[in-house]
Design a protein around this ligand. Structure first.
Ligand SMILES: CCCCCCCCCC/C=C\CC(=O)SCCNC(=O)CCNC(=O)[C@H](O)C(C)(C)COP(=O)(O)OP(=O)(O)OC[C@H]1O[C@@H](n2cnc3c(N)ncnc32)[C@H](O)[C@@H]1OP(=O)(O)O
Length: 294
């Protein structure tokens, strides 16, 4: 019998439930996942109640089923820790925050895995966007497509200055950002800017992202984490209950919209991605990425 998503989550939680506390760790810092080969590195500072989640899938932190599952499990675990109040999402590879969804999950896919992949992304998005935690994205590098989406689920975005870009560039790959990606963008930068950005597949420089409100701060790369930590202190000065209820009022309807159309959205995605023309577009984009190196 197929396991429900929450049953899979529970199975995953019990698999990685043991907290690892390396001898060298400061006593206030608990490591949920610190092994270098973990795809997601998570630690919770017991003194501040702030967790850090680092994407750790070099070279570009592309999001495959396993990374999405690990993130979902880690976030679920943090949210059940009653003393955890905030989370900073970042990357262990300075220069690349996240290259978006792993295109290999969508290219020549097996239908069962493709469905599970999309459902896991939906679940992660719902958890992140509606999280009871105050969440800050410390965007320390490029953040296209699914990477931009992840940062948009946070309450505040700080990006590193430099040649990095951010945006929902799906149309450049010949694919379409689904309604809940679009809703997240509209809620952040407004309808008109979303129309322009999504149709053109705009990848914004940090300066332009700041101008349109896609990010909240642009700082030097070495200041990204300390700025995120400073900003988090401000968010945590607000009583949790008031902040959480306000967030729920503002974001709840958007989360509900996906929850109500989740199965149809999976069918839509699978039908769309498996079309010959879309597969061709993905192939050309993959070739273009490889050619770039030569
Ligand atoms: C009607 C409505 C229906 C709705 C249907 C829904 C449709 C689907 C919606 C899907 C939604 C979201 C899509 C995505 O997120 S797709 C991913 C988009 N991402 C990108 O376009 C980014 C591509 N990558 C880059 O631009 C660059 O890699 C970088 C991030 C700027 C980093 O540059 P770099 O020079 O440091 O590294 P590079 O040499 O390019 O890459 C290293 C290797 O990694 C491979 N790679 C890069 N990105 C991805 C990726 N996203 N997935 C898989 N693989 C990736 C790259 O090919 C290199 O591989 P190799 O070393 O050559 O083998």
């Amino acid at each position: 019998m197929a396991l429900s998503f929450s049953a899979k989550l529970m199975r995953g939680v019990s698999r990685c439930a043991a907290l690892v506390t390396p001898k060298t760790a400061p006593t206030s810092c608990r490591y949920f996942s610190s092994a270098e080969n973990s795809r997601v590195l998570v630690n919770l500072n017991d003194k501040t109640g702030v967790a850090t989640m680092q994407l750790n899938r070099p070279p570009v932190n592309s999001l495959n089923l396993e990374v999405l599952t690990d993130m979902t499990i880690a976030l679920d675990k943090l949210q059940t820790e009653k003393d955890c109040r905030g989370m900073i999402l970042t990357s262990s590879s300075p220069g690349i925050f996240c290259a978006g969804l792993d295109i290999m999950e969508m290219y020549n896919p097996q239908e069962d895995r493709l469905r599970e992949f999309w459902r896991t992304l939906q679940e992660l998005w719902k958890m992140m966007y509606g999280s009871r935690l105050a969440t800050i994205a410390a965007i320390n590098g490029h953040s296209p497509a699914g990477g931009c989406l992840l940062s948009l689920t946070c309450d505040y975005r700080i990006m590193a200055q430099g040649k990095f870009t951010i945006g929902l560039n799906e149309t450049l790959l010949g694919i379409v950002a689904p309604f809940w990606f679009q809703d997240t963008m509209v809620n952040t930068v407004g309808h008109r800017e979303t129309e322009r950005a999504l149709q053109l597949g705009l990848l914004y420089s940090g300066e332009n992202a700041l101008k349109v409100g896609l990010i909240d701060e642009l700082v030097s790369p070495e200041k990204v984490m300390e700025t995120a930590e400073g900003q988090m202190q401000m968010w945590l000065k607000i009583p949790d209950f008031a902040r959480q209820l306000t967030k729920e009022q503002l974001r709840g309807p958007t989360v509900q919209k996906l929850a109500q159309h989740q199965e149809a959205d999976i069918d839509h995605f699978v039908n769309f991605i498996t079309k010959k023309a879309i597969q061709k577009s993905l192939e050309m984009y993959l070739n273009m990425l490889k050619q770039k190196k030569k």
